[in-house]
Design a protein around this ligand. Structure first.
Ligand code: MBD
Ligand code: FE
Length: 279
């Protein structure tokens, strides 16, 4: 069947079949996606068996809560970022810390403190490398923003995130830090280990068929919000990770790999220009 005939069918099924007030945006999007899917079935001669295998796959991915993970692994989440960057560029909004994907593992409501937080609950302190990070939130004009919320979350030493991993304490490695009167935040945690897709899960199943791994380099997630300002969603990567530029979710960016200063003696904190002692 040619594409014009397919489009006529799709219009018949979506638009002409409506006998009640409809949501025009939903109609528009479904019409397009349905038509495009039918064209792919036609052009690639997708068999009924292949089609129903795909339906089962999506059902299983949804049932195991992996659709968000799939969106990251297929590059779709990265694509939304590229479009957001483009829209901001067109609006003349450039500069600042680059955005990168949120991923599927954020949990709202982390404990809040001003200026400083320790992220880890101490259970892995014997095995992890302690990490200190500090920064300042600046506005578009380069002025510090006191009272901004910096939400931070990252994986533990097994690459797992609290809540999704029920063995961790509530909100382990998740905190909200409100910037101090000079716009600064600091935290203590440890260097996380990169995440890997569940090896027997639906996302990894598809990645295997595509000949791809499902690993992320070690990273730390951030939301930065303040009244009257755009929200920043970003991550930093831990420099030196062998997968730094081989992330299955395509999130590593120039400008999001800060230098790490390794310190053996805590007294060296001053020499490394940590602005004040950590709690
Ligand atoms: C993660 O930790 C993550 O950040 C992304 C984007 C996908 C899967 C797991
Ligand atoms: Fe992550």
């Amino acid at each position: 069947m040619n594409h014009a005939d397919i489009e006529t069918l799709a219009k018949n099924w979506v638009v002409d079949a409506a006998d009640r007030p409809a949501n025009p945006r939903v109609q528009q999007v479904v019409l397009r996606l349905l038509g495009d899917l039918c064209k792919a079935i036609e052009d690639l001669d997708i068999t009924p068996t292949e089609f129903w295998t795909g339906v089962s796959y999506m059902s299983a991915a949804g049932a195991s809560n992996e659709l968000g993970l799939l969106a990251a692994g297929l590059g779709l989440e990265r694509f939304l970022d590229i479009r957001a960057d483009e829209a901001e560029r067109k609006a003349g909004l450039e500069g600042g810390t680059p955005r990168t994907i949120e991923g599927p593992l954020y949990v709202a409501g982390a404990p809040e403190s001003v200026g400083f937080a320790r992220l880890d609950d101490g259970t892995e302190v014997d095995r992890g490398e302690v990490l200190f990070m500090q920064g300042t939130v600046f506005d578009q004009d380069g002025k510090p923003v006191p009272g901004a919320k910096v939400e931070v979350w990252h994986a533990n030493l097994l690459g797992n995130y609290s809540f999704f991993d029920r063995t961790q304490s509530h909100f382990n490695l998740r905190r909200t830090i409100v910037t101090d009167d000079q716009g600064r935040y600091q935290f203590r945690s440890f260097i996380p280990v990169g995440y890997g897709c569940p090896p027997n899960g639906t996302t990894q199943q598809l990645l295997d068929l595509l000949g791809r791994h499902g690993q992320r380099p070690a990273h730390i997630h951030f939301f930065v919000t303040a009244p009257g300002h755009r929200k920043l969603t970003t991550q930093i990567n831990i420099d030196g990770d062998e997968l730094l530029w081989d992330d299955f979710a395509f999130a590593t960016l120039e400008g999001l790999v800060p230098p790490i200063a390794r310190i053996d003696d805590p007294k060296q904190l001053d020499a490394k220009q940590v602005s004040k002692p950590f709690a």
